[in-house]
Write a protein that binds this ligand. Structure first.
Ligand SMILES: *Cc1c(COP(=O)(O)O)cnc(C)c1O
Length: 393
């Protein structure tokens, strides 16, 4: 694949495994085994069976009638919000727990921002009867309290990260520290297409089910498996990578990735990584990240916990640099308005993360016959209190 990973774990200039010496054995074990495990017919069969019977796949491709009328194109929603646990994150969690079992691991750790990845991980650990520890920023624990309760009910231990901005990047640091201290029995389930190689590649492959299904469903709906546009929001970039994956080599398909501008890209309160960032190393891979002139990571800001991350996965950095995908951004206000619009036009309350992708429709112009697919990455239940506060219901 032209935009895929090379044999050294790089996507163009980005990727690799920039890790402390003490993590080397853990990452090397994964690197040596993941291709064989993922391609094993037994693994594939178990993955597919759980996606079908437990997650509820395939997720529908819904032709959004009133959105299509409003924006003057055929707009389709890829409904990852209907998955068990309410977002795309479960696809990756299922894949990685099956991998961890085949590696003989007895304990799972994870980091989480919005809590969706933590819930997905706690869920698959309950499913498999494996011990689970989830690191979460203290600020995120507050704004995503229902997800904290869910993880606890599922039997996971939730550990607050109290350094820095007390959000996702700090939780990721804590999880890395845990993994260094527990290299033999513990598998670290990373929740997005970030981290040292092979994580970005593994997570992208697990999430690629999204575009694999979409092609088949589009063919049924429109007679053509290729749309004009494919859109998704980007935090670390896993729902976007899953949504783009099987369209990457179809150069006629325009890929649009929507980042969180927060209070505005120039406001100092933003998470618009490609606009504000430069090349550097974050959480084990070479990518694009928000940093000061002397290389300190800049605290990101977004109203949506899932997009509040100072980097993007290395494959996204590559797609950005070679202009295969277009990276844009949407403010908090624009996203919240789009969340309200989607609720009232389609009867679907989206996650605020997802609402960023929906909001970008306002800035596009379409031809009448354009087919547009938007990844509805998650449902808005977890965000109700934020919506309510903003709109004053
Ligand atoms: C976590 C999350 C995101 C952002 O993560 P990606 O890895 O960029 O997909 C987006 N939407 C929802 C609903 C999420 O839970």
């Amino acid at each position: 694949m032209k935009y895929g990973v090379n044999e050294h774990g790089y996507y163009g200039d980005f990727g690799g495994a920039y890790i402390p010496e003490m993590l080397y054995p853990n990452v090397e074990e994964l690197r040596q085994q993941y291709v064989q495990i993922l391609n094993d017919p037994g693994f594939k069969a178990e993955f597919e069976q759980l996606l079908r019977d437990y997650v509820g796949r395939p997720s529908p491709l819904y032709p959004a009638k009133r959105y299509s009328e409003k924006y003057g194109a055929n707009i389709f929603f890829k409904r990852e919000d209907l998955n068990h646990t309410g977002s795309h994150k479960i696809n990756n969690a299922i894949g990685q727990i099956l991998l961890a079992r085949r590696l003989g691991k007895k304990r799972i750790i994870a980091e989480t921002g919005a809590g969706q990845h933590g819930v997905a991980t706690a869920t698959v650990c309950a499913l498999m009867g494996i011990e689970c520890v989830v690191y979460m920023g203290e600020v995120d624990m507050e704004r995503q309290a229902p997800n904290v309760s869910r993880m606890k009910m599922l039997g996971a231990k939730v550990v607050p990260a109290t350094s820095g901005s007390k959000t996702l990047k700090d939780a990721t640091n804590e999880a890395m520290r845990d993994w260094i201290n527990n290299p033999v029995d513990t598998h670290y389930i990373i929740g997005s297409v970030v981290g040292p190689y092979p994580y970005p590649e593994m997570v992208a492959q697990f999430q690629s089910i999204i575009s694999q299904e979409t092609k088949k469903q589009l063919l049924e709906h429109t007679g053509n498996e290729l749309p004009q546009y494919v859109m998704a929001c980007v935090g670390g970039g896993s729902n976007a990578m899953g949504m783009f994956y099987h369209f990457l080599d179809d150069e006629s398909v325009k890929l649009i990735a929507v980042e969180a501008a927060g209070q505005g890209v120039e406001s100092g309160h933003s998470a618009a990584t490609t606009f504000l960032g430069r090349e550097g190393v974050l959480h084990g891979s070479r990518t694009i990240l928000m940093q000061t002139d002397d290389g300190q990571v800049v605290e990101p800001y977004s109203i949506s916990a899932g997009l509040d991350y100072p980097g993007i996965g290395p494959q996204h950095a590559h797609l950005y640099k070679v202009h295969r995908a277009q990276y844009v951004s949407i403010t908090d206000d624009e996203a919240l308005q789009a969340g309200l619009l989607c609720s009232q036009l389609e009867g679907i309350i989206p996650a605020i993360e997802t609402a960023h992708a929906l909001a970008y429709l306002e800035k596009m112009t379409f031809k009448k016959d354009d087919n547009v697919v938007i990844c509805i990455s998650g449902r808005g239940d977890k965000d109700l209190s934020t919506y309510i506060k903003y709109f004053g219901y």
